[in-house]
Design a protein. Structure first.
Lengths: 204, 204
């Protein structure tokens, strides 16, 4: 710390806040001074909610998603289709799929994707528990909803090899021109794939 | 909250973090998931330092700056010149002046500047305590280091009227072309003032 903070408490708070990703020392100072202006209740709510994250959040023992208890609300729901599993990289992807309002099955959070560059191999991901789930329960379909990157494709392929013996239907998200996109700004690979995988025109 | 958080604890943390200025819900989620990945010690350090801001920080009873005790380290220092006071808007300006390494006197933090648009009048600022300090102690010079805005100029003028009876020397920061700036990109008012207030050339 090269700045002259007039208070060690302030310096400490700025130091801690600036350890967050994308937040530099200047922003951290701005945030700390903002908190100082608000009342104690609000500072306590913020501080305690951050500590509570680590103390009270659990990982669902079935799908590996973030949860308040040992089994998440999706896995324990009676209203969802338990014969279909959507495989995603992380919690944010569960939220993204949930926000579409188009999926009513269960999830499986891998906790990452295979990436030799980052030193992440199959053993670091919750792949064994996925295979177990598929082998034990009456799963009819698995949807791969992983990123459309080389790492995502590698993981898809690895999972496919691991799951093919279960004879479960395996599908993946459609790739194509995004809604609202101009063709001239769509990259060739995406446009090429959307031609190869063209679908029957239907009036909506 | 329109997103489907899988955990109420997570939703609560995201809600609290996104109340900070300049942090939206997506950034708050990114930060919360980052904290989740780190260990409990780090989450506690961050959370407690935020609460400590409100619980332990004090305002110096002399200069109004943020401090760990009733009197700040600058006001209680024996090594600083107590005959000169630099008047600034807030704590950040104290840091900015301190970082120049060119000022060794005392400070007075107004806690804002006169701004009728924001409903801030002289009574909201620590002006009376400044006048008292100057009247009581042997202050030889007061430096106005307020923003070069209309509000800053208004505050300068108000302070000048309040302090002129003390016969103390009153000065203000030099305004002129910033070091490293091109003349062609300097605004006319600044360039005009730097011509009027031109200084004797000295070889350095």
């Amino acid at each position: 710390m090269d700045r002259n903070y007039s208070s060690k408490v302030l310096a400490q708070a700025v130091h801690e806040i600036s350890r967050l990703p994308g937040i530099g020392e200047k922003t951290a100072l701005r945030l700390a001074l903002h908190i100082l202006k608000k009342d104690l209740t609000q500072a306590k709510a913020l501080g305690n909610s951050i500590i509570s994250l680590k103390e009270n959040i659990k990982i669902c023992k079935i799908c590996n998603n973030i949860s308040d208890s040992d089994f998440c609300s999706i896995c324990t729901s009676n209203e969802r289709d338990d014969t279909i599993i959507c495989v995603v990289e992380n919690t944010r992807d569960v939220m993204a799929v949930e926000n579409t309002g188009q999926f009513f099955g269960h999830y499986h959070v891998l906790g990452g994707i295979i990436s030799p560059m980052d030193g992440i191999g199959p053993a670091d991901l919750s792949i064994d528990s996925l295979v177990e789930r598929i082998e034990q329960n009456g799963i009819k379909e698995i949807i791969f909803a992983l990123p459309t990157t080389m790492e995502g494709d590698t993981t898809n392929f690895y999972l496919y090899k691991k799951l093919t013996h279960t004879n479960t239907k395996i599908s993946t998200l459609a790739r194509g021109v995004a809604i609202g996109d101009d063709l001239e700004y769509t990259d060739e690979i995406t446009l090429g794939r959307s031609l190869v995988n063209r679908i029957k025109f239907e009036q909506t």
